[in-house]
Ligand binder design. Structure first.
Ligand code: C5P
Length: 242
């Protein structure tokens, strides 16, 4: 029988197994998506993705769905979000696994059949009204951002967007704003300011803040890359010695 020399198993940990996750919270209509896009543009790196929390609205019962179409369902409470699935998917991303992401339709108030996938980004920007709400999410964030905007500006942006892109009418939008969006902003969304690392006024006009965020993310990536190189060198030495 041939003799084999026992070899120590080397555990290779790829750098993308430790994605940097940035949370961007703020009111509906505060410009979170535009801010996330501006950060992506200023980073100018490959492997950066934006994940919207809209993907994680819970499925509704027929009665809840009927209420949603009457603008009587509260989508602005954290209860409306499936944080368990979100946390699972963020863990997949952190562990360098493929993450299946639900696709949401605002027109239908429902998840669509198809899903989309995220695979191994170096940076993931999570944007949503509750991006800084759940402790399990907070524990995974490398940077916590709160987008600050005047309430009138948020309402007017939302009206235009919801009518143009989300199949809504003005009366329904206003009913939803005063019934749920505005009161729940004070109750659940605004308190996230307290745990943000950076509060950004004026959204994408705030070039200084965007440059600061971009340089902070670059520093984190450089640090992770240096740590990874050290780890590879250490593993290489173990392999040589064994
Ligand atoms: O993109 P934005 O952050 O504005 O998305 C969050 C908003 O979407 C919430 O304020 C909620 O009222 C609204 N929403 C909705 N209909 C749904 C799901 C969410 O109007 N079916």
């Amino acid at each position: 029988m041939a003799m084999t020399t026992p070899t120590r198993r080397i555990h290779y940990s790829p750098p993308w197994g430790n994605a940097s996750i940035i949370g961007v919270a703020g009111s509906s209509g505060s410009g979170k998506t535009s801010l996330a896009l501006a950060i992506v543009a200023s980073l100018n790196l490959p492997w950066v993705v934006i994940l919207s929390m809209d993907s994680f609205y819970k499925p509704l019962t027929p009665a809840q769905s009927a209420a949603a179409f009457r603008n009587e369902f509260d989508f602005d409470s954290p209860d409306a979000i499936d944080f368990d699935v979100l946390v699972d998917r963020l863990r997949d991303v952190k562990n360098g696994k493929v993450a299946d992401i639900p696709v949401y339709s605002f027109q239908k108030h429902a998840r669509l059949e198809q899903t989309t996938t995220i695979y191994s980004p170096h940076v993931l920007i999570l944007e949503g009204i509750f991006a800084l709400h759940d402790q399990r999410v907070l524990d995974m964030l490398d940077l916590k951002i709160f987008a600050e905007a005047d309430a009138d500006l948020c309402l007017s942006r939302r009206l235009v967007r919801d009518v143009k892109e989300r199949g809504r009418d003005i009366d329904g939008c206003i009913k939803q704003w005063f019934g749920f969006v505005k009161p729940n902003f004070s109750k659940y969304v605004a308190p996230q300011r307290e745990i943000a690392d950076i509060i950004i006024p004026r959204g994408i006009e705030n070039k200084v803040a965007i440059a600061m965020i971009s340089s902070q993310i670059q520093k984190t990536l450089q640090h992770k890359s240096a740590q990874h190189q050290l780890e590879l060198t250490r593993l290489g030495k173990i392999a040589e010695d064994s």
